[in-house]
Design a protein around this ligand. Structure first.
Ligand code: HEM
Length: 416
């Protein structure tokens, strides 16, 4: 396909077409995870724009409506209209799908060593994207302003307050004073509809420009030349029209699945939870933050001591030290891995027993901490949960290492 001469003479589009529209895209199902995350963002913005027409970001009590907060009443109003309820449900399911897609995309990058030189910057931008996605979800969680969402957000407020030395100032800044107050809802609305989407849009743009500039990695084909001998990197389908057609199909399939989910599975029933009350129910965070909650459960609640005038309580260990250390290690992955750079090709997950073992052990640790979040319901005592949290990751890591070593053979090459 060429650009019509008339247009090209005026806008020089032929040069653009030749440079970008022919870009090759490797085809592999796991390479669609980043695109799924991207399309989720688009769907969230579109459905969010609709919801914003009816949502009222205010905690003011509406007299004559049983004195319920305006934000809560407007959520019930959205739910009372079939199309509004459909939009709210699609928005909700898409948020879950986006977090799952971002996490799986991260795992794809990790297990195939696609973070290695020259892609370290995109690893860091990607982690920024993960943080912004989680922050957007956390801010959105409060917006229905029902009893459940207020209680769940209060856990975050408690954690912010427990930061040593600066906790109350930090909590006041983030939550616009004491939580919950009349200032919190507009503040969280601003985070959710302005700050987080802008941050996500900017980071996504940077992320994709880098992918375009550095070019994508691809799975090594059987019998392919070693990287140094490749000379040029070009395998895969061109962006236009094949890749765009595939992306179109993916987008439509996603819309279909999300609409079906929304049609059959209700989300966060605000009417059932009711407006916020002084007595708060026992709530747990959503699946993606359950591991932080589990880590908090594992640390004895009474653990507390003074350090230079600050109180170091159990939250500091469960909600700051554990997530902080895990996050730091994940940030440093490209620099901890001393393997060769991966300009063109991904590395198969089994090629590095240590990377495989550490990756699977870390996933198991997150799962074990999440399980600890349900320890009481499952009848598991804290010591038992501690044993699971320590033993399961070590066992899984050890088994994965042994398996990968067995596959590689004693000299580290493929067994003959
Ligand atoms: C909103 C979140 C994100 C979006 C929309 C996004 C989007 C994308 C897309 C569309 C691609 C190209 C296709 C693919 O490889 O899947 C890509 C590649 C990449 N992403 Fe992300 N991503 C996100 C989060 C992350 C995270 C959390 C990480 C890791 C910490 C990450 C690291 C990378 C890297 C290193 C590449 C290049 C991969 C290669 O060349 O093989 N991204 N991203």
């Amino acid at each position: 396909m060429t650009v019509p001469r008339w247009l090209d003479e005026r806008l020089a589009l032929e040069r653009f077409r030749a440079k970008y529209l022919g870009k090759p895209f490797p085809v592999h199902s796991t390479f669609f995870l980043g695109e799924i995350a991207l399309f989720c963002f688009v769907i969230l913005v579109a459905t969010g724009l609709y919801l914003a027409l009816f949502y009222e970001p205010s905690a003011q009590l509406l007299q004559g409506h049983g004195a319920v907060p305006a934000a809560y009443a407007s959520t019930l109003l959205i739910d009372s209209h079939p199309f509004g309820a459909l939009m709210r449900r699609i928005h909700h399911w898409t948020a879950h799908l986006m977090i799952a897609a971002v996490v799986l995309h991260l795992l794809r990058i990790y297990f195939t060593a696609s973070y290695r030189k020259p892609r370290e910057v995109n690893w860091l931008l990607g982690l920024g994207l993960l943080g912004a996605t989680l922050a957007a979800s956390f801010a959105g969680y409060l917006l229905p302003f029902d009893q459940f969402s207020v209680t769940a957000t209060a856990i975050g407020y408690g954690i912010a307050r427990s930061v040593p030395w600066v906790g109350s100032t930090l909590a006041d800044l983030v939550f616009a004073g004491q939580f919950p107050s009349s200032a919190t809802v507009p503040r969280f609305f601003a985070y959710h509809v302005v700050w987080a989407p802008l941050a996500l849009a900017g980071l996504i743009a940077g992320h994709l420009v880098i992918v375009l500039k550095q070019k994508h990695t691809e799975m090594r084909r059987a019998g392919a030349q070693p990287e140094a001998a490749e000379g040029a990197y070009i395998h895969g389908i061109p962006l236009w029209p094949e890749q765009v057609a595939l992306m179109g199909v993916l987008f439509l399939v996603m819309l279909g699945v999300l609409a079906a989910l929304a049609a059959f599975l209700p989300v966060h029933p605000s009417a059932f939870y009711g407006p916020p009350q002084p007595v708060t129910p026992e709530v747990k965070p959503d699946w993606y933050l359950l591991w932080v909650y589990g880590a908090l459960r594992l640390i004895p609640g009474g653990l507390s001591f003074k350090l230079f005038g600050a109180t170091i309580g159990s939250e500091v260990f469960g909600a700051m030290l554990v997530p902080g250390i895990l996050s730091l290690v994940i940030v440093l992955v490209p620099w901890l891995d001393r393997g060769p750079s991966s300009l063109f090709y991904t590395e198969p997950p089994m090629a590095s027993p240590l990377r495989l073992a550490l990756g699977l052990a870390t996933i198991t640790l997150f799962l074990a901490l999440s399980l600890a979040g349900f320890g009481a319901e499952l009848g598991l005592s804290v010591p038992v949960l501690w044993v699971i949290t320590v033993v399961a990751p070590v066992a899984v890591g050890w088994a994965a290492h042994a398996l990968a070593r067995g596959r590689l053979g004693p000299l580290g090459g493929a067994p003959g």
